[in-house]
Design a protein around this ligand. Structure first.
Ligand code: HEC
Length: 433
């Protein structure tokens, strides 16, 4: 019952997060586009440009003032609640999914970190990120946008690396998203909104508005615009275990984020030149390269969580056929290579495979999960019967052999030998009799 309740809570919050996020990012795209496409030739007195557009069966005429209209309009639309709600729903989601079940979702299996400490690091890093970012923007670096961009990128990837050491892959990715999202909403709350309020107040009081604040606001809103695509990827990254599940997940994220920023740059500059048109094919090629290097055939064996390693003294008779364990050969490919425990020609004992899967997986992946955390099998994946195991062999391989995403949080303490056994069974064709 409780699991069912959290599922719907998750659904509700996630849906709100998506809706408000779309509204926020949509507005960001739209206004940057507007700014870039203003017709700036011969604007009317006091205007910096105007623009005509047709949408939804109507023709619109928009004008941008250099600083402000002589008189405040009666009805001025502000854009802030979509940002605030996106952030608040994002934090709520972080809480429901990760912070309520830290040992399952948040902490990297095998890392000795108290759940509360993990949560504190998560929240602390969001706050710290904004403070550092704010300081950098206001420092002399703020006057060199390109260099500032590079520094920010490096810092964010450093954070991703740091998270990857202590958080599960998906939690590491989500925390990078949370850090960026916090910077974005901080920009709205602490810089853009105050700048806009000051502008409006000056007009109301018939003063000349201070041009410095709007310029700051514009820089921050540009940053937010470049942040959008990486954040959007992070939001959907949970569906792609070959990214977050990799040992080099932080590097993969860096690659995808860099490509996303390039593409964004093209769209932000193409109004006055096609100089960055190359970024589109380059980004497509980059994604193909990432797909290639993350393929199971190239994936290095992840550093393994020695859940019960100590209980596994190498049995004497096998000692010479079962040499160095996987950790000793990190570049060895776990996907295709014959696993170390089963020597080449021999048959894999399917009864053992069944007992491993029943012990390590079916607490959750069953028609009747015994885990109190799930009322139905996660992702609808059932591993109760041999036929189900066989049908899902490829997925089982991807999640519990090639990467070690499953069991979630290694809560059921699957050992490397067991992973090797499953790997060997699948490598030999996943026979069930
Ligand atoms: C503590 C509960 C739990 C245990 C134990 C567990 N899983 Fe999972 N598994 C999950 C959850 C939750 C998901 C869904 C993850 C998500 O949100 O994408 C999942 C997803 C999967 C998927 C992806 C299914 C799909 O269609 O996308 C596979 C494959 C998988 N698990 C295999 C395994 C295997 C194999 C084991 C045992 C070695 C295992 N799991 C143990 C909770 C668990």
């Amino acid at each position: 019952m409780e699991a069912h309740f959290t599922e719907w809570l998750n659904l509700g919050i996630r849906w709100i997060h998506m809706i408000t996020g779309i509204a926020w990012i949509g507005a960001s795209f739209y206004f940057v586009w507007l700014e870039n496409n203003l017709n700036r030739s011969n604007p009317r007195e006091g205007l910096s440009g105007d623009l005509w557009a047709i949408h939804g069966g109507g023709i619109y005429h928009l004008e941008k003032y250099k600083l402000a209209p002589p008189k405040m309009p009666e009805n001025l639309h502000w854009f802030k609640w979509e940002a605030y709600f996106t952030w608040m729903s994002g934090v709520a989601l972080l809480l429901v999914v990760y912070y309520l079940n830290p040992s399952l979702y948040l902490i990297k299996p095998g890392v000795d970190l108290a759940p509360a400490a993990g949560i504190l690091i998560g929240i602390g890093s969001m706050v710290a990120a904004y403070v550092i970012y704010h300081f950098l923007c206001d420092s002399p670096l703020g006057k060199r946008p390109a260099l500032l961009g590079v520094v920010l990128f490096v810092l964010i990837i450093a954070a991703a690396y740091g998270f990857s050491l202590i958080f599960s892959g998906r939690a590491a990715y989500i925390h990078v998203g949370a850090v960026i999202g916090t910077i974005m909403v901080g920009n709205v709350f602490f810089t853009i909104m105050p700048a806009q309020r000051a502008l409006v107040k000056a007009i109301e009081e018939n003063r000349e508005p201070d041009p410095v604040l709007p310029a700051k606001g514009l820089l921050r809103s540009r940053h937010n615009n470049y942040f959008t695509l990486p954040v959007l990827f992070i939001m959907i990254s949970n569906h792609f275990p070959s990214t977050y599940g990799s040992q080099y997940n932080w590097l993969i994220l860096a690659g995808i984020a860099a490509l996303a920023v390039l593409v964004r740059h093209y769209f932000n500059t193409r109004h006055d030149s096609n100089r960055f048109a190359w970024t589109l094919p380059a980004a497509a090629l980059g994604m193909v390269c990432l797909a290639y290097v993350t393929s199971p055939a190239h994936r290095a064996a992840p550093t393994v969580v020695p859940a019960a390693q100590t209980e596994q003294p190498a049995p004497a008779p096998l000692a010479d056929t079962a040499p160095a364990k996987v950790e000793a050969a990190p570049t060895e490919n776990t996907a295709a290579a014959a696993p170390t425990t089963a020597d080449a020609g021999s048959q894999v004992d399917f009864a053992k495979v069944v007992s491993v899967i029943h012990e390590r997986c079916t607490v959750c992946h069953s028609a009747t999960p015994s885990s109190p955390l799930f009322s139905t099998a996660p992702s609808g994946l059932l591993l109760d019967t041999p036929e189900q195991m066989q049908a899902q062999a490829a997925k089982i391989h991807a999640q519990s052999v090639a990467t070690q995403i499953m069991p979630l949080g290694n809560i059921t303490q699957m050992t490397q030998d067991e992973r090797d056994l499953i790997g060997a069974w699948i490598a030999k064709g996943a026979q069930i009799n």
